[in-house]
Write a protein that binds this ligand. Sequence first.
Ligand code: ADP
Length: 165
Amino acid sequence: MTDNTRTAIYPGSFDPVTNGHVDIAQRATNIFDRVIVAVSHNPQKQYLFTEEERLQMTRETFRENGKISVINFSGLVANLARDRKAVAIVRGLRAVSDFEAEFQLALMNRKMNRNVETVFLMTSFKYVYLSSSIIKDAAQHHGKYEDLVPPIVMKMLKQKYQVKD
Ligand code: ADP
């Protein structure tokens, strides 16, 4: 790998990964040479899926994209970006409601690591209302959501909620 490889980190909970996340990661590969999808683990957060399950689903989802690698991490994204020599942190924006929290996070990350820029990418119109939480609700109550998540996520959600095909 040459020194001028431009790497971006795309961090998130990915509980579970949705097609909205996939859209953002793919858009990021149009701008950066390499995108590291970083599946975070925060002991203070409650997840539906374990860290291993979130990692497995996310890895499987991006398996065929040579520019994307998937790792797990805990701690500060700013430190991860420094360790991986990333030039950017990628975050997705859906609606204005995402903005305030994301703005705060980006300023904090800048304070902790001045060498990395946060880059916001806008999602496709069809994923504007999509979130991991909505998918979990839909799965739990037997809604229709198969066009909104990768096949592995569909399978794992059915297992989690004991839904038969
Ligand atoms: P976190 O707990 O860090 O917010 P998420 O997995 O919920 O983790 O989200 C990770 C990133 O992906 C965030 O920047 C979020 O705004 C973005 N994101 C989530 N869903 C979508 C979507 N449908 N379209 C675009 N971006 C999204």
